[in-house]
Design a protein around this ligand. Structure first.
Ligand code: 5RP
Length: 220
């Protein structure tokens, strides 16, 4: 199976998590797009949808969904999203698509967080995928220098503005040996809006597609 087929298989497997009356948070990216395209088939199970990005909101609208804000729904029963990397503790790197801040808000607000990936995303140590960091534009070089002190190599994501009007640095070369501690520490750098380490709020379940099918993994 190539990546696209695996992504689709993982997305379809996660549909079973959507029970009648669900307030659903929807992530961002090519894996989640497969999920969105299947949502019309279970439309009447969904009480409300909240989107993690403008791109997701537009795709949901095209399928005829009315998209609510988090302030309107107050809470989210289930959040489904992809990831750039995942480890056995269900810590993730996210933000390859640049939607990390809203994704982290929805993951944190959700009672359950389900992650859908293909097996290329499963890693022993997080950090091979460059860590996305959303920054306030005026702080960009200051924040970049702080990551250099931590042995990272920050690259400014060119021609990219987040849905919140900010910029993204991609930090190469980090070995994320202690995701919880590093998420905390990097979050403290003034000018950082969000770091793409999702360790405080890890996934609860992961649907991971490989050549043999989809494995459902549950965090202990
Ligand atoms: C977007 C994300 C995505 O979940 C991540 O980039 C995975 O994307 P894809 O499903 O296209 O591989 O964090 O900000």
């Amino acid at each position: 199976m190539h990546h696209g087929e695996k992504k689709r298989a993982a997305a379809l497997a996660a549909l079973q998590c959507i029970k009648p009356g669900t307030v659903l948070g929807v992530g961002t990216g090519s894996t989640v797009n497969y999920l969105i395209d299947e949502l019309p088939s279970i439309r009447n199970q969904i009480e409300a949808v909240v989107a993690s990005s403008q791109a997701t909101e537009e795709r949901l609208r095209k399928h005829g969904f009315e998209v609510s804000s988090l302030s309107e729904t107050g809470s989210v029963d289930l959040y489904i999203d992809g990831a750039d990397e995942a480890n056995k503790h269900f810590h993730l790197i996210k933000g390859g698509g640049g939607a990390l801040t809203r994704e982290k808000v929805l993951a944190s607000a959700a009672r359950e967080f389900v992650c859908i990936i293909d097996d290329s995303k499963w890693v022993g140590l997080l950090g091979t995928f460059p860590l996305p960091v959303e920054v306030v534009p005026m702080a960009r070089s200051y924040v970049a220098r702080q990551f250099v002190k931590n042995r990272g190599q920050p690259i400014f994501r060119q021609d990219f503005v987040t849905d919140n009007g900010n910029e993204v640095l991609d930090i190469y070369n980090l070995q994320i040996t202690n995701p919880v501690e590093m998420e905390n520490r990097f979050n403290q750098i003034p000018g950082v809006v969000t770091v793409g380490i999702f360790a405080h709020r890890p996934a609860d379940r992961i649907f991971m597609a490989d050549d043999n099918g989809v494995q459902e993994l549950t965090r202990n």
